[in-house]
Design a protein around this ligand. Structure first.
Ligand code: DAH
Length: 341
């Protein structure tokens, strides 16, 4: 009887189904039994030769078998799928309680940090940032600043020359001239940048270092403006309680010239090794712009006056963080640099 054959096929199919171990095998099984050319359809195809009495009975048997096999294959599919998922989950298990790997985050260089603080201090007071070339003309670096050839002040600047007239700037002061050539008063600028001097390096000297030049030119600018501006800067940078001291100094491009000191951060003015037992730390040079410098850029010193200053951010950083060797800044020793994260 055909019904017996169907029942036999069903048993065989179910046994094979239980033996499938993955989804690929399942697919093959499905094609073999339930596919368009599968065994089950094979029975339907043979129905043409059956008697009208047999036909519905066989049809029913095929349908019942089909339902049973479909239900069975659906269940088996579910089972294999969840088994596969189980395997993936166990294999790819992530222990979320493990500590993460630390990410190394960089930070700005300590000089950049001080640089930004200085810029902020002056821009807050209305100064604008200007920049100029590191390869400079003797004309700007010296001559226009009242330092003609042969002037004794040149000996303080051990200069890298490219030629008689072209050099690496030894300070940022030439930008006073460059700016005033183009911009008439009022002028309020600070010029940050690298400077170079042909020096033997030691704890306080580098052949490359940074400077900040400051310049304010307007009507009625006096030494009191210079004093107030720089005292405000020093206190912002080193603490409101700082005492400041101005003394006479000489720079060819200012008259009078001064230097600014703060009371020693380490001994509070009592006297220690850091301040060479003077109680004071010098932080910058400054002065009232020399009338000749103004005349050099066609600004009438009868109408206008100004003050200028120059400072080294390395020195500011050394004082602020008690660093005793300027060479540390440019050695790229991460153990040193990471302290300023
Ligand atoms: N150019 C000086 C230097 O390199 C610093 C300086 C002193 C700049 C006095 C100035 C100033 O503008 O008025 O040591």
């Amino acid at each position: 009887m055909i019904q017996d054959q169907i029942a036999e096929m069903e048993r065989r199919a179910l046994a094979e189904l239980q033996a499938t171990s993955d989804l690929v095998a399942l697919d093959e099984w499905r094609i073999k039994y339930l596919g368009k050319k599968g065994e089950l359809t094979g029975f339907l195809r043979g129905m043409g030769g059956l008697s009208p009495v047999e036909r519905p009975l066989v049809g029913q048997a095929v349908n019942t078998a089909k339902n049973i096999l479909e239900t069975a294959v659906a269940e088996r599919t579910e089972r294999l799928k969840s088994a596969a998922l189980e395997v993936t989950l166990t294999r790819d298990k992530v222990d979320v309680t493990l500590p993460g790997r630390p990410v190394q985050v960089g930070h700005v260089h300590v000089i950049t940090k001080v640089f930004r603080e200085i810029i902020e201090a002056f821009t807050a007071m209305g100064f604008q940032v200007a920049e100029g070339p590191e390869v400079e003309l003797d004309y700007y670096n010296f001559q226009q600043l009242n330092i003609p050839p042969g002037h004794p002040a040149r000996s303080m600047h051990d200069t890298f020359y490219f030629s008689e007239s072209v050099l690496l700037r030894t300070h940022t002061s030439p930008n006073q001239i460059r700016v005033m050539e183009k911009q008439k008063p009022p002028v309020r600028i600070i010029v940050p940048g690298k400077c170079y001097r042909s020096e033997a390096t030691d704890a306080t000297h580098e052949f490359m270092f940074m400077q900040f030049e400051g310049l304010a030119v307007d009507r009625d600018i006096t030494l009191a403006d210079l004093r107030g501006t720089l005292a405000a800067f020093a206190r912002r940078m080193f603490g409101e309680e700082r005492k400041v001291r101005f003394r006479c100094d000489y720079f060819p491009y200012v008259e009078p010239g001064v230097d600014l000191s703060i009371d020693c951060l380490i001994c509070q003015g009592v006297g220690c090794r850091a301040c060479k037992y003077s109680g004071w730390l010098e932080i910058l040079g400054a002065g009232m712009v020399h009338p000749q410098v103004l005349r050099n850029v066609d600004i009438d010193p009868q109408k206008y006056s100004g003050f200028a200053f120059g400072m080294g951010p390395e020195r500011i950083a050394m004082l602020k963080y008690s660093i005793d060797d300027i060479r540390q800044f440019y050695r790229n020793d991460l153990r040193f640099l990471r302290q300023f994260a």
